[in-house]
Design a protein around this ligand. Sequence first.
Ligand code: 1GP
Length: 261
Amino acid sequence: MDFKGKVMRYIEERLSEDGALHFTLIDPDPLKMNVESSAKLARIAADCGTAAIMVGGSTAFGIIDDVVKTIKEHVPEIPVILFPGNVNGITRFSDAVFFMSLINSSDTYWIIEAQMLAAFNIKMCRIEPISLAYIIVEPGGTAGYIGHARVIPRNKPKIAAAFALAAEYIGYKMIYLEAGSGAESPIPPYFVRTVREAITRPLIVGGGIRKIEQAIEIVKSGADIIVQGTFIEREKEKSIRKLKKIIEGIKNAAHERKIKK
Ligand code: 1GP
């Protein structure tokens, strides 16, 4: 399917159909993944019902072109969205890019300068930019360290909510709450709820989500999109049954949430 220029519309349509979605993050770090294993994981995730494949990571380099091209060949039915860790995380083979700004960084490079450096490249690649405010919460992992984030303490959800509301007022299309890839525990439900209540734009939550109960609680608290990377990477084929259940759980939790409203 051709998603060129239609990815944000696809996300909005899927959100209005399903209530909440699951995205799979593939980190094409050549030290742990190769082109074939990345495409295989993407295929497994799509078979389980994930709604999009995100490709990127803080330390990804080198093989991004081949990884995205191969994923597109093996998984044509859902979009591939870049999740770039830096200006080198762009490839013309993807459908869209999260044009993200790490809004709680203390370094202007991660807020607007990397974006300035990448903007014309994205225009020439003809991939759809989807503006996204990226907010890193404690512990923050590699993304927090590399991005000079002033990580938001877990007992200060109002700070994150204020960042998210400011991002919505500025005009970002989506808000992403990140605990850091591989975080010991995901962002807690009360934290997600506080941010949800402040904003109307789609809310993405990721980092450390491994169990169905965690995904369900986060959706019940108002997340629109759950991102999983490490869990799928670690479990590989073994994740199929569990991942199907998690994605079903997300859908059911969103349905319940809708009825309660
Ligand atoms: C990281 O939020 C994503 O950017 C996914 O985190 O790898 O912990 O699933 P995990």
